[in-house]
Design a protein around this ligand. Structure first.
Ligand SMILES: Nc1ncnc2c1ncn2[C@@H]1O[C@H](COP(=O)(O)OP(=O)(O)O)[C@@H](O)[C@H]1O
Ligand SMILES: [Mg+2]
Length: 300
């Protein structure tokens, strides 16, 4: 106890003498020197204060990152976000989880490649076209018209941020070969004698396919593959109720009626079939007659 008191006493007298020395020295300075000292102390204090603020903000950001995983709007701040022109996938009905996971991957710029596999008219092309419309640097191409040279040329000259390949399963494996190096090593390489090149490229691929069986496993392993199930009757009718009035100007009730006839009588699960019926028929009687004819001659 007494030792502690001694220690405190000596610390106190050291502090007093140091402060006394500093004040003394300060008083012996000229006016200009005094002003310089005051300014230097003020600047140092300001710098320390700013540094403290930066460190604190970084700590806070790191906390937010962990807390918000799973929500699109608060994506991880230190990764450069992709700003879409407007909200993605607003016109697509249902597919909520698919829309959420794709929007997350795109806006957070995660560099993940996606393949959307599903039956006809399950909105896969709509999804790609919506990305094309709203995401800067996205380019849409059809796999049915793509060859290897065209693909390499497009990548090299346009350097898309997102390459959207509709009907990707319609390309031959040799057409898709450049994508193997692109997805894995972010490079495109051409070894032709006339025009060899090796370019670094950070392009994300999103593709659609009806089936994934025709694609090689080493190709698929570079993608997240999402399998779209067939619509349920409820989903099918919901989509008809929105799409038919918009595309063919039929009323909502008639749209639902057409949807039911196509689903139940024709046993067809393709929204395009319902759209075609809505093109031909504008009353319930018309719909009955049209469906009857199509079933008799069109085989459903
Ligand atoms: N979930 C949906 N939301 C809105 N429209 C849809 C949906 N699913 C299908 N459609 C309609 O079906 C049509 C075909 O969709 P599309 O994206 O071309 O299908 P896919 O590429 O899967 O064959 C679209 O033009 C749209 O009118
Ligand atoms: Mg399509």
């Amino acid at each position: 106890m007494s030792l502690d008191n001694e220690y405190l006493k000596s610390l106190g007298s050291w502090f007093n003498s140091t402060v006394g020395f500093v004040i003394d020295t300060y008083h012996h300075l000229s006016k200009t020197q005094q002003i310089i000292v005051v300014v230097m102390v003020a600047v140092s204090a300001l710098v320390l204060y700013l540094l403290y603020g930066i460190v604190k903000r970084k700590e806070k950001t790191a906390e937010v990152d962990v807390a918000v995983i799973g929500r699109i709007k608060n994506s991880i701040p230190y990764r450069k976000k992709i700003r879409t022109r407007s909200k993605l996938f607003e016109n697509i009905i249902g597919h909520d989880n698919v829309k959420e996971i794709l929007a997350r991957s795109i806006t957070r710029n995660l560099g993940i490649h996606w393949l959307l596999v599903g039956p006809p008219a399950s909105a896969r092309s709509m999804i790609l076209m919506d990305i094309e419309d709203k995401v800067p640097g996205a380019i849409f191409v059809s796999g049915t018209r793509l060859n290897k040279e065209g693909l390499l040329e497009l990548l090299r000259t346009q350097k898309p941020k997102f390459l959207l390949i509709d009907e990707l399963d319609k390309c031959g494996p040799s057409t898709l070969n450049p994508l193997l190096t692109l997805c894995e090593h972010k490079r495109i390489v051409s070894t032709t004698k006339s025009d060899p090149f090796d370019i670094g490229l950070d392009t994300v691929i999103l593709g659609t396919a009806n089936y994934s069986d025709s694609l090689q496993s080493y190709f698929l392993s570079r993608f997240f593959v999402l399998h779209f199930p067939e619509y349920t009757e409820e989903e099918f009718l919901d989509i008809c109720r929105v799409v038919l009035p918009k595309k063919e100007r039929v009323g909502i009730r008639l749209a639902k009626y057409i949807g039911e006839k196509v689903w139940n009588d024709m046993e067809n699960r393709d929204i395009r079939q319902a759209v075609r019926v809505a093109k031909l028929a504008k009353t319930k009687e018309d719909v009955d007659w049209t469906v009857e004819v199509l079933m008799k001659y069109g085989g459903g």
